[in-house]
Design a protein around this ligand. Structure first.
Ligand code: SF4
Length: 186
């Protein structure tokens, strides 16, 4: 699927990208993070969350959940960088949805953490903003979905946003403990 996506021209974002940023991490992880779209560094390196906000996210996940990128899978709602880091448009999110949907099915995480408005609204099918939707775990697929702020909001918003992301990561850790284990094959 990553190879297929690397040549994708389904939406206008194909025209400005350097690399398709498909996702990285443990493909059988119990925990999956879904962000918005690649930024400049992500587009250049072809990897998700490798800029400043990604470094902050990695630190918070390590401190609150004691996990590294070997332990979870991380991707975005759209796989190509919107020009100038603008918000992804509804038709772009829709064009890219089948990749994310298949990733969710293949990784089959017990807990999904959505980072920011676009991932949260897309996966939950809601229209409220992240400030209203965060603060609880929602039943989702075979486990739970825990919404939180995008780490770039923490870079802009400072300590208050960081504290709320920390609380949401603790919530995700609790959801992992509560989510049913997958049935053994056969
Ligand atoms: S954003 Fe998604 S749908 Fe659009 S070109 Fe990139 S991979 Fe294809």
């Amino acid at each position: 699927m990553a190879k297929d996506a690397s040549a994708c021209t389904r939406c206008r974002l194909a025209g400005g990208r350097t690399n398709v940023v498909f996702g990285m991490g443990n493909p059988t992880a119990a925990l999956m993070f879904v962000g918005e779209g690649p930024g400049e560094q992500e587009d250049l390196q072809g990897l998700p969350f490798v800029g400043r906000s990604g470094q902050l996210l990695d630190r918070l996940i390590l401190e609150e959940m004691n996990l590294t990128r070997d332990d979870f899978y991380i991707t975005n709602t759209v796989k190509c960088r919107p020009p100038g880091n603008r918000d992804p448009l509804p038709d772009e999110i829709e064009s890219c949805w089948s990749y994310l949907d298949q990733q969710l099915g293949l990784v089959d995480p017990r807990v999904v953490v959505t980072l920011g408005n676009f991932a949260t609204r897309s996966l939950l099918g809601r229209t409220e903003g992240i400030s209203k939707l965060r603060g609880r775990a929602y039943p989702y697929r075979s486990g739970y979905l825990v919404p939180t702020f995008h780490p770039s909001a923490a870079l802009r918003g400072g300590g208050g946003v960081v504290a709320q992301i920390r609380a949401d990561l603790v919530r995700a850790k609790e959801a992992l403990a509560a989510a049913p284990l997958p049935r053994p094959a056969g």
